[in-house]
Design a binder for this molecule. Structure first.
Ligand SMILES: CC(C)(COP(=O)(O)OP(=O)(O)OC[C@H]1O[C@@H](n2cnc3c(N)ncnc32)[C@H](O)[C@@H]1OP(=O)(O)O)[C@@H](O)C(=O)NCCC(=O)NCCS
Length: 189
């Protein structure tokens, strides 16, 4: 459990590692929100290749558990991981599903000894409620956070926000190698 408060509806929400059979639903859910301009589209091949990063949430509103969303924790370097592909299914927002998915990403980062979580987002308020803080993307960013920018339609003219959370009690890994140089999109700095 993280420092965040327990949402009143979370009793009906469960989160588990994703399975191969979940991929069409994950793909459709991300595609829905990408079409709305809320997140980066993710090809199905990318979801299969990174399936062990993904968690699936299910919610039981009285008729048994149904798909409620997905989120992924992708390791960028020894000291940082990204919350990506986070999408709550339309119709079940504001019930604590997003927070539970971020909690699962945080628990996984802790399990592998990654001390910092990062996300690109338009939903700064949500991430702040989950313990993240907004950072100045022209100054403070780890070189590895630009890893997916080359496939983003807003590579030039990026308008997403960077948010970061230092996971309390997780030490910086010993003997951490230097990351490769950043491929920072034009116009950021
Ligand atoms: C953004 C998103 C992940 C939030 O998930 P959710 O299940 O609706 O949010 P939760 O119910 O878990 O909210 C957790 C807390 O954040 C707050 N919150 C949620 N969305 C918020 C927002 N847009 N602004 C400010 N606070 C917000 C909630 O009020 C709640 O606060 P609490 O601490 O008082 O309980 C979800 O709405 C979503 O998938 N949106 C579309 C796709 C998207 O934007 N994905 C993010 C890509 S990085």
């Amino acid at each position: 459990m993280t420092e965040s408060a327990v949402h009143p509806d979370t009793a009906a929400v469960t989160v588990r590692p994703a399975r191969s059979e979940d991929v069409p639903r994950i793909f459709e859910n991300i595609g829905h929100w990408a079409h709305e301009g809320r997140m980066l589209v993710r090809p199905m091949q990318n979801i299969f290749e990174n399936l062990r990063d993904f968690f699936v949430a299910e919610i039981d509103l009285g008729d048994g558990p149904v798909f409620a969303g997905n989120g992924a924790m992708h390791i960028l370097w020894g000291d940082i991981a990204e919350v990506r592909g986070l999408a709550v299914a339309p119709g079940v927002q504001a019930r604590g599903v997003g927070r539970r998915l971020v909690d699962a990403c945080e628990a996984e980062a802790r399990r592998v000894g990654i001390p910092v979580l990062f996300a690109w987002t338009y939903e700064v308020g949500f991430f702040e409620r989950c313990g993240f803080r907004l950072i100045d993307k022209s100054r403070e960013l780890h070189p590895r956070v630009w890893s997916e920018c080359l496939r983003c339609p807003f590579y030039v003219g990026c308008n997403e926000n960077g948010v970061v959370k230092r996971l309390s009690g997780v030490p910086m890994p010993a003997n951490l190698p230097e990351p490769p140089p950043a491929q920072v999109p034009p116009g950021i700095r």
